[in-house]
Write a protein that binds this ligand. Structure first.
Ligand code: FES
Ligand code: FES
Length: 80
């Protein structure tokens, strides 16, 4: 049995990332600091997903936690 993540929002979070910087995306959906992990997953089976920015750019982190290409949005939120 696997847990279903909490939907933080049914839309991505637009973030300007910095080349070489590492981010930890919240996979559980419980963080109060979306889309990033704040440690709230400790009472869930989820672990944050590490993302290192390949360049300075704008990315869309998944907010619904259902993306198949997490931590980035793949449009799956449209089907929720
Ligand atoms: Fe959600 Fe850490 S708070 S993965
Ligand atoms: Fe989760 Fe788009 S916000 S797939």
């Amino acid at each position: 049995m696997s847990e279903t993540p909490t939907i933080a929002q049914k839309a991505p979070y637009k973030v300007d990332v910095v080349e070489g910087k590492t981010y930890f995306w919240c996979a559980c959906g419980k963080s109060a600091n979306q889309p990033f992990c704040d440690g709230a997953h400790n009472d869930t089976e989820f672990q944050p997903v590490k993302y290192t920015a390949p360049a300075d750019k704008t990315v869309f982190f998944c907010g619904c936690k259902a993306s198949q290409t997490s931590p980035l949005c793949d449009g799956s939120h449209n089907a929720l």
